[in-house]
Design a protein around this ligand. Structure first.
Ligand SMILES: [Zn+2]
Length: 185
């Protein structure tokens, strides 16, 4: 676990393990000055409008059709409020093998932690891209991240910002983007 020792405070930044020390120091400064919410809201004033599992399925399916046409079909995509967001488990992807007649069929399921219901669209895109990439690459290795960046060139920046938001939630508990976005009509 990474800890930053700064002005007498010791804070575990468990969602940000592996980032460079100067980056962590900047995040720590924002946290200490209570400016993370402002920083995120200025960058992303509005949450997305994907509210239901059906809408989430369509959203992920559209990304898949655009970038991963050849991958196996998605059987199910859903928000999951029981999913604990921990390091490397922002969402889950499962392969359910089932026998149909004499054929073994793989069913691909993607579950996204419910907190992603109330985030900017770019954050939802990050998690969708991450889980879609797992359809092809299981491990978090170079091939996996290359695929993420192919689908979303800002992938690394977005994952970092998502992790900053998770850190903010852990430290202050205050959710941002809770209100439904204004319908564009
Ligand atoms: Zn993963």
């Amino acid at each position: 676990m990474t800890t930053i020792v700064n002005a007498g405070s010791i804070r575990p930044l468990r969602y940000l393990q592996g980032y460079p020390a100067d980056t962590l120091a900047q995040v720590e400064k924002l946290l200490q000055e209570d400016r993370v919410a402002d920083w995120l809201l200025k960058k992303y004033p509005q949450g997305h409008a994907v509210r239901t599992d059906r809408a989430l399925f369509d959203y992920v399916q559209a990304l898949k059709s655009e970038h991963l046409r050849g991958a196996e079909p998605l059987a199910k995509v859903a928000f999951d409020n029981k999913l604990q967001v921990v390091q490397h488990a922002l969402g889950t992807h499962t392969n359910i093998a089932r026998v149909q007649g004499n054929k073994l069929k793989a069913k691909r399921e993607i579950r996204v932690a419910s907190l992603f219901k109330h985030v900017p669209e770019d954050f939802l895109k990050m998690i969708a891209v991450h889980e879609l990439a797992h359809l092809k690459e299981r491990a978090h290795d170079k091939a996996f991240y290359n695929l993420c960046c192919y689908m979303e060139p800002r992938y690394h920046q977005l994952e970092f910002e998502v992790r900053v938001y998770l850190t903010h939630l852990e430290v202050s508990g205050a959710r941002l983007w809770e209100a439904a976005p204004t319908p564009s009509s």
